[in-house]
Every structure is written in C-alpha cells, then in structure tokens.
Design a binder for this molecule. Structure first.
Ligand SMILES: Cc1cc2nc3c(=O)[nH]c(=O)nc-3n(C[C@H](O)[C@H](O)[C@H](O)COP(=O)(O)OP(=O)(O)OC[C@H]3O[C@@H](n4cnc5c(N)ncnc54)[C@H](O)[C@@H]3O)c2cc1C
Length: 371
C-alpha cells in the first residue's frame, strides 16, 4: 500500500480525491489544505453584487473526506523535500510515495510591493465578504479595480451593481495597462464588455497603470491622482510560495511545466492552476474545467504509476467560457459559438450550479438564482 498526498482541496485536488475514490485502490490518501473548505471561486463576485450567502460557496473538506475516503490535514504546505519524499507543513511532516500538487494560484503583489498597505483582493470567500462589508458601509469612496481581465471586470461590475442598488455615492473605475479590457477576447467581445461596463457607469482607464498609493490616494502612471480611493488588486496571479521554490521549470506565472501526462518526475504530478500544461503553442488558461479534468487525470496516472503501467497523456477538452456581468448579461464562447446577452449568463449560472460541490449547496444556489 502506497501513500498518496494531494496538496490543495480546490477543484483539481478534490477531483483527484474523487477520482481516486472511484477507482478502487488500496492506497492511503491524505489531502492537505490550509482551509477547512473547498471554495467555489467563480461565484465570489456574486457575494458582492447579488447578496449570495457566502456559506453556499464552501464545501467542508472533512465532509468530503468521509465521502471520498481520504485523511484530511488542515495545514499550510511550506516545502516539499523531493529527495526524502516528504511534504513539510506548518503542523507536521507528511511522507508520500505519490504526490499531486493542486495548490491553485493566488494574487501576485509583486507590482505593488512598495505600497504602504496591501490592496484588497478577491481570492477567497473571506476576501469577498470583507469587500462586500466595506462596500456596504462606505458612502463616498472611489473603488479602483487594478487590472481589467475577467476577474477585474466581473468584480467591478458587481461592486457597481451593489452601489446602484443601495443608491450610494461610491464610484468604480477599472485601470488596465493594456489597450483594452479582457484583451484575450475577440474584437466583438471586447466591444461588448467595454460598452456594457461604461454604460453601467464604470469609468475605464486603459493604457495606464496604478503607479503608487498612500493612505487613501492612488496615482496613475498618466499623472491622474484619485482621492478617497480603495484599491483592489486584480492584476496578476502567481503560484504558492512552496511551488515557486520547487526545482522544476515554470511558466511566467510560476505554474509547474508538466509533461504530456501531467508528471513532473516519477510519481509527482500537478493539476489545475498550479500546472502549466501546453496545448500546442499555448499554455492552458486557468479554469475550473481544466482543473477538474486534470485532477481526475492525475488520479488515474498516479494509480498507473503504482501499478507500473504506462502513464496516459492528458488531452484537454475546452467547452468554452463566459464573462458574466452583474446585470444578468455577458458574453462567451460555448462549444465554439460566440454568444452575447442573457443566454451566456444563464448558461454560466447553470454550469456553476451543476459543478458546485454537494447537493445542499446546489439546491441553495438553485433557490437563490431562481428567486
Ligand atoms: C473571482 C474569480 C472568478 C473566477 N471565475 C471563473 C469562471 O467563471 N470560470 C472558470 O473556469 N474559472 C474561473 N476562475 C478560475 C478558477 O476558479 C480556477 O482556475 C480554479 O479554482 C483552479 O482550481 P485549482 O484546484 O487549481 O485551485 P483552487 O480552486 O484555487 O484550489 C487550490 C487550493 O489549494 C490550497 N492551497 C494553496 N496553497 C496551499 C498551501 N501552501 N498549503 C496547503 N493548501 C494550499 C488553497 O487553500 C485552495 O483550497 C475564477 C477565479 C476567481 C478568483
């Protein structure tokens, strides 16, 4: 019997645990996560804009442990000793024979290291609740979302929606250093997003960056000074510290460059945002879809590794994506079809319900969005 350790209980880690449970085996599985719950990140902006009860987005990793038959260790991984095959956490050392690294990604503060205080972020349920609580009591602040990618746009849209609903005097801006918001999208989709965001009253500043901040002011590279500012950082992600210090090659965002079978070395795999998988020339984007399928795939391959069988290559299937806005509209590409308006938003919500962990959470989501 071998010891399998999974680091991270998000989409990829939990899918790996589930995948292992489905394929009967006799190994001892331990899942390590800093948090007590697995968190459903795509709906975090709705905690702010649509009063989504935060509890619906968390799924107890202890409950999942009973269901999928793993040992749960709530601890922070500090490093991995690849020679001795030991995961070192802030609580204890956990030996492994096979390892799946699924520790996701987090906001990178590299570009704002010198600021006197850290900007707000949206990485977790706690972050979303903190932002919502602040936004509900503020009345004359200027919320500046730094970074106009998908997360920045969804966040700005939901903050603005909250302010409109509460008739508060708070304002929202997005500052993006590129020439457009969501620059990876098609020209038509970019135009849709930019029009929708501007029409909602959000100020968009492209082609500049936030250069610095003091107590309540932000200044931009183009000389603009924003007072009574609340900065929210959505301008870049990185991988966990322990991932960054592993001696494997990494992508620009610090994702681990795996081989075609998601392996890093004998018995060690990566999945989800922590995994930099190349499909042709491109690196797969960070998404729930790839995290889930990679988690399952890593589980199958780790069992094949124990059995001495050949590992199978991972082939990604991309059903598409949606950028949902708080007004119940959005745009996306689903099964190769470009979509705009209400339909992609509805599909996004349905997919989120279907993918959310646990029946109770699914039912509560259905009740919330069915209102
Ligand atoms: C606001 C927001 C909106 C998004 N919207 C969408 C969307 O609409 N569609 C989509 O496809 N994707 C979306 N994403 C991206 C998607 O959520 C991620 O790609 C997905 O969560 C990746 O899954 P994962 O399992 O790799 O990482 P995660 O789900 O982040 O899980 C990683 C886990 O590892 C744990 N961990 C991290 N470091 C350590 C450590 N040192 N020790 C122990 N445990 C650790 C964390 O606590 C966490 O539980 C969104 C992300 C955000 C933040």
């Amino acid at each position: 019997m071998g010891k399998i350790v999974i680091i991270g209980g998000g989409f990829a880690g939990l899918a790996a645990a589930e995948g292992l449970a489905w394929q009967r085996h006799s190994h001892d599985v331990t899942l390590i996560d800093t948090r007590a719950t697995s968190q459903f990140l795509p709906l975090l902006p709705d905690i702010i804009g649509h009063s989504l009860p935060p509890g619906i987005l968390g799924y107890s990793l202890k409950t999942a442990a009973q269901r999928w038959g793993y040992n749960f260790c709530q601890a922070k991984v500090i490093s991995v000793d690849l020679l001795r095959r030991i995961v070192i956490t802030d609580q204890k050392e956990v030996p492994y024979d096979g390892l799946i690294i699924a520790s996701g990604s987090e906001t990178s503060f590299k570009a704002c290291e010198s600021w006197p205080q850290r900007p707000l972020i949206l990485d977790s349920i706690d972050d979303a609740v903190r932002l919502r609580d602040l936004a509900e009591i503020d009345d004359n602040s200027h919320y500046v979302v730094c970074g106009g990618g998908y997360t920045g746009v969804e966040l700005a849209s939901n903050l603005n929606y909250l302010f409109k609903r509460r008739k508060s005097r708070n304002r929202v801006s997005i500052v993006e250093h590129g020439r457009n918001l969501c620059k990876a999208l098609s020209t038509k989709q970019i135009a849709f997003i930019e029009n929708a965001v501007r029409r909602a009253g959000i100020e968009v500043k492209v082609g500049t960056t936030v250069a610095g901040s003091d107590q309540d002011r932000l200044w931009l590279a183009d000389g603009t000074v924003i007072s009574q500012a609340r900065a929210i950082w959505a301008a870049g992600v990185c991988t966990a510290q322990f991932v960054q210090s592993l001696p494997f090659s990494k992508t620009r965002q610090g994702r681990l460059e795996v081989n075609s079978c998601l392996a890093l070395e004998s018995g060690v795999f990566a999945a989800g945002d922590a995994c930099g998988f190349r499909s042709g020339k491109d690196e797969l984007r960070m998404s729930v879809q790839f995290a889930l399928t990679q988690g399952w795939h890593a589980a199958s391959n780790i069992l094949r590794y124990f059995e001495g069988r050949n590992l199978l290559p991972y082939s990604p299937m991309d059903p598409g994506w949606v950028v949902p806005l708080a007004n119940g509209r959005g745009c996306g590409n689903i099964l190769g079809m470009e979509m705009f308006g209400r339909l992609p938003y509805v599909l996004h919500t349905l997919i989120c319900m279907a993918r959310s962990f646990g029946l109770a959470n699914r039912l509560q989501l259905a009740r919330h969005y069915g209102k």
